[in-house]
Design a protein around this ligand. Structure first.
Ligand SMILES: NC(=O)c1ccc[n+]([C@@H]2O[C@H](COP(=O)([O-])OP(=O)(O)OC[C@H]3O[C@@H](n4cnc5c(N)ncnc54)[C@H](O)[C@@H]3O)[C@@H](O)[C@H]2O)c1
Length: 284
């Protein structure tokens, strides 16, 4: 299949790597060459680690990378796509604009999917009334190549056929799937994850414990593979702030971001990607 991934950031580059590894011809799109260079570099780095561990043969890694073409034009890269996966920043208007263009130039039977963490699929689809039945949420987890789950989210207008195609596509990538049948803010996963992580940020802000001990408590006591604060840094604190602001608007005060989180983002301390977030990453 031909798959176009729009947005070459933390998630888009990982999704492109995942679908190229599954053998699909992949187009990765972003607004500029610098973003595409970074997206490609992160795929290369990830493949290098798989090769070093013996999980992927060197020649396969080269083939995977060759299957990923990059470009800055949505119109050109969706022209022959079977599936379009949008993974741009978590801002409704930006996503809607991307889908207006994608729906205009993609084939009339292409599956349109958004990797939004919590925005309404129905609200995104309202920007493309003629194609809204072909739009679903396809919510990957970070990093997409390793995480086992894909959450499929049905918008009000999503057709049963498209929901079925999305579930089958997720399974074909070797993932488990869950279906969020009712399009509601935060779906099944982001809603619960945001609350736990926010409570950890509140404890940090109140001085209840150090970041290290809050993370250790969740990892050792509750078997989280990564502490919630580490996870915030890993996923990007700016993305997390967008998610909380949006959930606060739809679900109320219990999702209100902390002052510390706002300060970190204002200071450009976005987590691993900037070398500094709740923790510091000298290697970045
Ligand atoms: N980070 C995570 O852990 C995570 C997990 C699941 C889902 N998501 C969702 O995935 C999406 C992307 O998140 P991310 O963490 O990769 O963000 P990111 O900031 O790392 O990357 C976003 C990319 O989108 C690009 N972009 C912005 N506007 C664009 C446009 N009009 N056309 C093409 N590219 C454009 C940016 O240049 C950037 O490279 C968001 O909707 C987010 O909620 C994120």
């Amino acid at each position: 299949m031909r798959i176009t991934v729009i947005g070459a950031g933390t998630m888009g580059s990982g999704i492109a790597q995942l679908v190229a590894t599954a053998g699909h011809d992949t187009s990765l799109v972003d607004v500029g060459e610098e973003q595409l260079r970074r997206g490609r570099a992160s795929i290369e780095e990830s493949l290098r680690r798989f090769v070093a561990k013996g999980a992927v043969a060197e020649s396969d890694a080269e083939d995977i990378l060759e299957r990923v073409l990059t470009g800055t034009s949505v119109a050109a890269s969706v022209a022959d796509a079977d599936i379009v996966i949008e993974s741009v920043i978590e801002v409704l208007e930006v996503k809607r604009a991307v889908f207006v263009e994608a729906a205009r130039y993609a084939p009339a039977d292409a599956l349109l999917a958004t990797n939004t963490s919590q925005l309404s699929i129905t609200a995104i689809g309202a920007a493309i009334p003629v194609a809204a039945s072909r739009l679903v949420g396809l919510h990957f987890f970070n990093p997409p190549v390793l995480m086992r789950l894909i959450e499929v989210v049905a918008g009000l207008e999503s057709s049963e056929e498209v929901i079925e195609r999305a579930l089958e596509f997720g399974a074909s990538l070797g993932k488990e799937t869950v279906l969020c049948r009712k399009d509601s803010p935060g779906f099944l996963t982001s809603r619960i994850s945001a609350l736990v992580r926010l409570e950890c940020l509140r404890m940090l802000e109140e001085g209840v414990a150090s970041a290290e001990d809050i993370d250790k408590a969740l990892k050792v006591g509750f078997n989280w593979p990564m502490g919630p604060l580490e996870l915030g840094d890993f996923n990007g604190l700016d993305t997390y702030l967008h998610i909380l602001e949006s959930l606060e608007r739809t679900l109320g005060d219990r999702f209100k971001p902390t002052v510390t989180l706002r300060n970190l983002v204002s200071a450009g301390r976005l987590g691993r990607k900037t070398g500094h977030g709740i923790y510091t990453y000298p290697e970045s």
